[in-house]
Design a protein. Structure first.
Lengths: 343, 849
């Protein structure tokens, strides 16, 4: 007879982790989370830590439980190491140079390092320029997270400890399969089943007290997800480019002269922060104004303009919802006053 | 007996599980029948396929991907895209962002090379992202395990995906049994184990997962590193390509001279001039007008030419602010002005007539005081004269009125005549004087100025193209033809000297250390004939290349043999003659010189600029070759016997030392003061033995053995000076050196020998008032410090110091990151041998009943 490669038959296993048990986890079922700074930070830290520890360890062992989520989460590793490496390439040997060479190499190296940092910061922050207006206008939070409880396959016949793992996803992560179920209210807590859908329906003018607001809202929700993702994909990279361009402005050299991360030297650190602020403003002005002639002078403006335009167009396109249900009612279709022959 | 498959057995025996014939179903679809058929609910047959493309398919794949991305964008814009499409669009966004960065930084960079490398940097970064997993993960895994860990497949909807992307969903059905078994054989999986396919698949999955993880862990290090190393490797070919391109572009400037001139646009400037001339047409010429006109005409011309035009304008356009001509022609106007005032009064016509001075009276009154027939800017005396005249007339008329009222009334009227109606305005009388400004912009002058502008614009366009050519060829800027030539020769030169990393590290610190390292190296090389000859061959090749490169920049050639020179002379001479015709003598002289002597004119500047730059570069390398030759001669002292023979041994040692140091480190000032060296005033006059040289180094018997208090500067030893100069530049170069550079290929040889002769003449006969008799051939030569500077070139030790510094910096970087890259590759490759390890199940054994 056919024998499975790994057998768990005969073992009394429960595929549910409950608190207090050995496999102690925070969630025992897929749970919608509040989208606030605290949750986002916690999720980011959790994913970052695991990306550097558990997931590579599982991957290198060839674990059968490694999945696409873990692979994608591990994408942070090259991003992070690559950034550090890029900074290092332009800075790490400068100290061996003679003072003059070191000085000029450090100028470029520091700007490059700042550029790498600004790339990441601008890219992430600029997504809010799409997320928040969309949330404000449509009531749809495209970034709302949930914790997914993942049931694991047994790694070896003797291992009964790791039966679940927690993954952090977003409800709208997949536009093909959004987790609609996570948006339903918990009736056991007295919540209306469709309360989230009701709110979105109302916000978008579909009306109130709808019988099935979820069905009305889903196509619209999906459209907003797709369009906002497009807006973020294009605009965030253009803002990242703007960040790099900003980092390459001359006023930053003032900051590099006084830059320190030694926060315990309060005076120096405060001065460093002050100069950072000043350099930021001056650099932004320089980037906008530019120098030289014609195209060269206006290149900064064009870059900022392209980034801003991509955000505005992306957001406006998201606001333009085409999949609202028709407002035509039954009465509009069949005029009771008119005679009609059926059959 | 074989074990039976329970599922198969269930399906074949259960009545409700009878397989339904699908072709029948299409024809006679019966929903009840369908629902009763339990095997009906199964996945649709897959239309997916593994993608097996090679390098040759990249263009078509690229095209396909672009179309897919474009459609994805359209879908996403309408809100209809799927996850896969959105994922692709994210990649597109990343590339657009990358391009935006490169494009912005492109605009910030100055030279073609640095500009181009913004895009090359971006390209190599994306290439490294793609190549690292392909070359160091996929390929080794394929070679070691026979598994393609980056296999792609196209799903039923035509979407391209990684086969092992999601380990919880691997479409194994796309691999045929034969393919899986082939991989299994390669993996060494026994053929007779149970569930062989599943085992192989699990092994493939494991290998792929481990490799994907390895990819994630290494990509962060590898991508920037690979990109930087690729950029490093591309630097030289790209520089070569750009050099060739720039050379061609520069030559095209002269070949298509007329077309290039036509590209220079003066529309704006012409428009400005036209509007200026229109604004001032018929009006007096003011300082503002002249300044605006000067700025317009001299825009694009150098300062000296602008000065020349200023001088010409002073003569041609005299500015007399506020001056007006006053002659008999204006008398009537004065009368009219007085009449205008009186006509409004209650006076009779007869009374008015009696009050207005006659033309003769006015003329007489003004001319008697010298106030008529000239240009004036102050009319107070004129006013006074007219008032006096009018007062006498008023007095005469007032005498006829006994009441005296008329007199008062007339006085009141007369006051109105000289009273300004408002602040800053002229009184009616004053206004009657200011009718004809002394100088005005008339039609003829405007036409002439317009013609001058047209001629100057034509000249500016031509000189702009010529300047551009000169810049591209010889400017003191990176990536000009001459700069590229310098880099090329310098690189060959120091590479031929084969410095060790330690020597480079030391030499970069300062010029003195560089000098010591270079001296040791040259002494070693020149000690051995074969090594020296090999070195000279290398320099010879490099100098030949340089000589060919600067052939078109030789301004000593006749104009008919040099296009640039021909054009410069033609263009400048032509504008000079034209401007002289317009009476702009000073401007013409600044452009082409005075009376056939070009002197410091713009024309000579256009030619000398190139000559000077070329001289500086050539001198530096000729000096280096001369240095090597001199070291060789000292290493083989029989060749300098003629210079040293009548010197005591100690003087020989001093002389050779001075020559070596001077040639290695000397600057203009060292030659200008005829050298400075502390010597022993009382050398051993009994020892005339020859120099002792061992492995290129002079073994000093006396030099350096004295205390510093015993040595002094011997100010009057002019023979010693002459001998040093002979050793430096005087006597013939060594026959061995000559033999290596004498072939017809060595086009630079004559030039080099001339350089030595010129250096001997200029430096050796330079007049120094402290030592007027220190002259090589007794005839002082008066050369400018600039020409001596150019002839001196860069001192070899400083040239080496700079090169060593650059070489150390790039070597340091390469050393660190090259090692890091090699280590990373090593670890990545080695890891393959630890992947895919699984316990192989025992082969199945037939169970006998």
């Amino acid at each position: 007879m056919i024998s499975p490669i790994n057998s768990i038959s005969g073992k009394n296993i429960t595929f549910r982790s409950t608190q207090g048990e050995e496999n102690n986890v925070e969630f025992d079922k897929d749970t919608l989370l509040e989208n606030n700074f605290s949750t986002r930070s916690r999720i980011a830290l959790d994913k970052f830590t695991k990306a550097f520890t558990i997931y590579p360890a599982k991957g290198l062992k060839g674990s059968k439980n490694s999945n696409f989520y873990e692979f994608l989460t591990m994408g942070t590793v090259p991003y992070f190491i690559g950034s550090a490496m890029l900074m290092s390439i332009f800075n790490s040997v400068n100290s061996s140079f003679l003072p003059n060479n070191w000085k000029s190499a450090a100028k470029l190296g520091n700007k490059m390092a700042l550029g790498v940092l600004f790339y990441a910061v601008f890219k992430e922050l600029s997504k809010s320029l799409v997320t928040y207006p969309v949330k404000w206008k449509t009531g749809i939070d495209t970034e709302i997270p949930y914790a997914k409880v993942n049931y694991l396959l047994q790694e070896d016949p003797e291992d009964y400890n790791s039966v679940t793992s927690i993954e952090y996803h977003k409800v709208g992560e997949s536009v093909d399969f959004p987790r609609w179920d996570q948006l339903y209210g918990d009736t056991s807590k007295g919540e209306a089943l469709n309360w989230r859908y009701d709110k979105i329906a109302k916000k978008n003018g579909l009306g109130e007290n709808l019988n099935d607001s979820d069905q009305e809202v889903k196509p619209l929700y999906k459209e907003v997800l797709v369009k906002s993702k497009l807006a973020k994909s294009i605009s965030s990279f253009l803002w990242a480019a703007t960040g790099v361009a900003l980092a390459f402005q001359k006023p930053w050299e003032n900051y590099f002269n006084v830059a320190t991360l030694k926060f315990w030297k309060v005076k120096d650190f405060a001065h460093s922060l002050k100069v950072f602020g000043e350099s930021f403003v001056d650099s932004a002005v320089d980037l906008y104004k530019g120098e030289g002639s014609k195209l060269v002078k206006h290149s900064g403006k064009m870059l900022i303009g392209a980034a801003a335009l991509s955000t505005v167009l992306g957001v406006l396109n998201t606001f333009h919802i085409t999949k609202k249900p028709s407002k035509v009612t039954g009465e509009d279709v069949i005029d009771n006053k008119k005679e009609s022959v059926v059959g | 007996m074989r074990t039976s498959n329970l599922i198969q057995s269930y399906i074949s025996t259960h009545p409700a599980s009878q397989q339904y014939q699908s072709d029948k179903a299409v024809r006679e679809f019966d929903v009840h029948k369908e629902l009763s058929n339990r095997t009906f609910i199964k996945p649709l047959p897959s239309n997916g396929k593994l993608i097996r493309t090679g390098v040759l398919d990249y263009p078509s794949q690229f095209r396909k991907d672009m179309i897919y991305n474009w459609n994805a964008f359209k879908h996403a814009a309408k809100g209809e895209a799927n996850d896969h499409e959105l994922g692709k669009l994210n990649d597109v966004g990343m590339k657009i962002g990358g391009l935006a960065i490169a494009a912005y930084l492109f605009t910030r960079k100055q030279t073609p090379m640095t500009k181009l490398f913004e895009f090359i940097g971006l390209g190599t970064f994306f290439a490294a992202m793609d190549l690292w997993p392909k070359l160091f993960i996929q390929l080794p895994a394929k070679l070691v395990h026979g598994v393609n860990v980056r296999q792609e497949y196209e799903d039923s909807f035509g979407r391209k995906k990684m086969f092992y992307q999601d380990h919880q969903f691997i479409p194994w059905d796309l691999y045929s049994e034969a393919e899986i078994n082939k991989v299994g054989d390669r993996l060494g999986v026994p053929k007779d184990i149970p569930n062989r396919r599943e085992f192989i698949q699990e092994k493939m999955r494991k290998i792929a997962l481990q490799n994907n993880t390895l990819w994630m862990l290494t990509a962060g290090f590898a991508t920037p590193l690979m990109s930087a190393l690729m950029c490093n490797a591309l630097e030289s070919p790209v520089a070569k390509f750009l050099d060739q391109r720039a050379t061609k572009q520069a030559e095209n400037l002269l070949t298509n001279f007329q077309d290039e001139i036509a590209k220079v646009d003066f529309t704006e400037s012409t428009k400005q001039l036209d509007s200026l001339l229109a604004e001032y047409a018929g009006k007096p010429i003011t300082t503002d007008f002249v300044e605006a006109l000067h700025a317009n005409l001299t825009d694009g011309l150098d300062h000296m030419v602008a000065e020349g035009l200023s001088l010409d304008f002073d003569k041609m356009l005299p500015v007399e602010n506020g001056k007006f001509n006053l002659s008999n022609e204006h008398i009537e106007g004065i009368q009219t002005s007085i009449r205008g005032l009186l006509e409004d009064s209650e006076l009779s016509e007869a009374e008015i007539k009696s009050l207005i001075p006659t033309a003769e009276e006015l003329s007489e009154s003004l001319s008697s005081k010298g106030l008529l027939g000239g240009s004036y800017d102050d009319f107070s005396l004129h006013t006074k004269a007219i008032q006096d005249l009018l007062d006498s007339k008023i007095s005469a008329l007032a005498a006829t009125d006994a009441s005296g009222e008329l007199g008062e009334y007339l006085d009141f009227l007369a006051t109105k005549l000289v009273h300004a109606p408002g602040h800053g305005l002229d009184s009616p009388l004053m206004a009657s004087f200011k009718v004809t400004p002394s100088v005005v912009l008339d039609d003829n002058l405007a036409k002439m100025l317009k013609s001058v502008s047209t001629e100057l614009n034509s000249f500016k366009a031509k000189s702009y193209v010529l300047d551009k050519y000169a810049f591209m060829k010889a400017a003191q800027a990176p990536e000009t033809s001459l700069a590229n030539g310098w880099n090329e020769v310098q690189s060959i030169l120091f590479k031929a000297l084969k410095f060790t990393p330690e020597e480079v590290r030391k030499a970069r610190l300062d010029g003195e250390l560089a000098s010591s390292v270079l001296r040791d190296k040259l002494e070693t090389i020149t000690a051995d004939k074969a090594t020296y000859e090999q070195f000279v061959d290398e320099i010879g090749k490099a100098l030949n290349k340089l000589h060919e490169r600067i052939q078109s920049l030789d301004m000593t050639q006749e104009a008919k043999h040099n296009t640039y020179k021909e054009k410069v002379e033609g263009v400048y001479d032509s504008i000079g003659a034209t401007l002289k015709r317009f009476g702009l003598q000073h401007t013409a002289e600044q452009l082409v010189g005075y009376d056939g002597v070009s002197g410091l004119s713009s024309k000579s500047l256009a030619l000398d600029f190139i000559t000077d730059r070329v001289t500086g570069v050539k001198s530096s390398f000729y000096r280096f070759l001369n240095l090597a030759d001199m070291f060789y001669k000292i290493s083989h002292p029989e060749s300098i016997h003629g210079i040293l023979k009548d010197c005591p041994r100690e003087v020989k040692e001093e002389l050779v030392e001075l020559a070596k140091v001077t040639m290695l480190e000397g600057h203009n000032s060292d030659f200008a003061v005829k050298f400075w060296q502390k010597r022993n005033p009382n050398p051993d006059m009994t020892d005339y033995s020859d120099l002792e040289v061992k492995l290129g180094k002079v073994i000093n018997k006396y030099f350096g053995t004295h205390d510093s208090s015993e040595v002094v500067e011997l100010a009057n030893d002019r023979n010693y000076y002459k001998k040093v100069m002979r050793l430096l530049f005087g006597d013939n170069i060594h026959p061995d050196t000559m033999a290596r550079i004498s072939s017809s290929e060595h086009s630079f040889r004559t030039d080099f020998l001339e350089y030595r002769q010129r250096a001997l003449n200029v430096f050796g006969n330079d007049k120094y008032f402290v030592r007027p008799n220190f002259l090589v051939d007794g005839h002082p030569v008066d050369a400018s410090s600039w020409s001596k500077f150019l002839l001196m070139g860069s001192s070899p030790n400083e040239m080496f110091n700079k090169w060593a510094n650059q070489s150390f910096n790039s070597g340091k970087w390469f050393n660190l990151f090259g090692k890091l890259g090699a280590g990373l590759i090593g670890v990545t490759l080695l890891a393959q041998f630890f992947f895919g390890r699984m316990k192989t199940p025992q082969p199945s054994q037939e169970v006998k009943a």
